[in-house]
Design a protein around this ligand. Structure first.
Ligand code: A2P
Ligand code: 11C
Length: 340
């Protein structure tokens, strides 16, 4: 069966990748409608040899749509997702608007495809830094159990959208020209203060919560428990923005449910895991890096070590393209799983 698809936020960093992935993977489309704000209405996007005209997003845009991908920010999803469902579409939402609502599935197909059954029209795509971590940890959790995760992230600016990519590029030029560095977007557009990202590391992604954690950190903690269906799992995160364009990296410490497991056993598990590639050979300086993960579909894992101080503790380094497995690809995989 061929389906009518809409992409809300089609001109954005993630939306353009959703269109690319639908075409590249021969998703069975009958038609594709590209939606964005009024500002972009009439803009032309050429992909796969076909010219598309961007339209303004209005409730009527969803008439006749079977699957609507949303990636235009939480407030746009809140405004239009129910309008789309009302008109018969299934919404795959890439924002944080609905992720923690109990009866809305939060899905990474390699981990919890089963959660899709019984959905009521909206399916949430997790946060990019959560997706790559749970994809890599799932085979370990399945085999040995998982008690604890402590993660520190090294996140790319594209996670904050195209304006953040432009900010890194223009600040790099300003640095080169020794002119004043202008910061207006990062760490978060709505923040009171902005800091340069070029040649810097900013330990703030999104706003702070009263707990002292940022919303990005809380997303990693809460979404991981929901996807794994394990509220007892202990998860703590520190999220940092780096001057990398695309590809999030994560230093992940885990305590698994069994003592005495070897690094080789983890290697073997990860080598056979769907969507995961092990790049781990210190003798050849082989380890994942964001520069080389950009444009790739897989989650790359390396630096797998046993913690010398804890019998069930391991360290891993997990890298993936935040716009692909972290966003567009995972959304398209959710749609593929639904159709199957
Ligand atoms: P537009 O290009 O018209 O502003 P990014 O994540 O790269 O910042 O992209 C954000 C996406 O969300 C863009 O496609 C943007 O479209 C879209 N968007 C922003 N505001 C709206 C809106 N009011 N209605 C629909 N789409 C919107
Ligand atoms: C970032 N992870 O890198 C964020 C972007 O909840 O989908 C994704 C925000 C979200 O800035």
């Amino acid at each position: 069966k061929k389906v009518n698809v809409a992409i809300v936020g089609a001109t954005g960093a993630v939306g353009t990748k959703i269109l690319e992935k639908l075409l590249e993977r021969n998703f069975p489309v009958q038609s594709i409608k590209l939606l964005a704000s009024k500002r972009s209405a009439g803009a032309e996007i050429t992909a796969g040899g076909h010219k598309y005209i961007v339209e303004e997003t209005v409730p009527e845009s969803f008439e006749g749509i079977d699957i609507a991908f949303f990636s235009a920010g939480g407030s746009i999803s809140e405004k239009f997702a129910h309008e789309a469902v009302k008109r018969g579409a299934v919404v795959i939402d890439n924002t944080s608007a609905f992720r923690m609502i109990e009866d809305i599935p939060l899905v990474v197909p390699e981990v919890n495809a089963g959660a899709l059954s019984g959905h009521t029209g909206i399916i949430a795509n997790p946060n990019c830094s959560t997706i790559q971590m749970v994809t890599a940890l799932q085979p370990i959790r399945e085999k040995f159990g998982l008690d604890r995760i402590i993660v520190s992230t090294y996140q790319a600016v594209s996670g904050a959208g195209s304006e953040a990519i432009e900010e890194l590029e223009s600040q790099s030029l300003q640095f080169e020209n020794r002119s004043k560095i202008e910061a207006a977007i990062l760490p978060s557009a709505s923040a009171e203060r902005h800091y340069p990202i070029a040649f810097n590391a900013i330990p703030q992604i999104d706003a702070f919560d009263a707990s002292g954690y940022t919303l990005e950190e809380l997303k990693m903690m809460n979404e991981t428990k929901k996807i794994f269906g394990d509220q007892k799992l202990s998860v703590s995160a520190t999220c940092v923005r780096l001057p990398v364009v695309t590809g999030h990296s994560e230093s992940v410490y885990i305590e698994i449910g069994k003592e005495g497991v070897s690094v080789e056993e983890l290697h073997a598990l990860l080598e056979n895991a769907p969507g995961v590639v092990v790049q781990d050979d210190p003798s050849k300086q082989l380890y994942p890096m964001p520069l080389f993960a950009e444009g790739k579909d897989e989650v790359f894992v390396g630096r797998i070590r046993k913690d010398p101080e804890h019998p069930a503790g391991f360290h891993l380094w997990i890298v993936s393209d935040n716009l692909l497995k972290g966003a567009a690809l995972n959304s398209v995989q959710i749609a593929e799983t639904l159709l199957n």
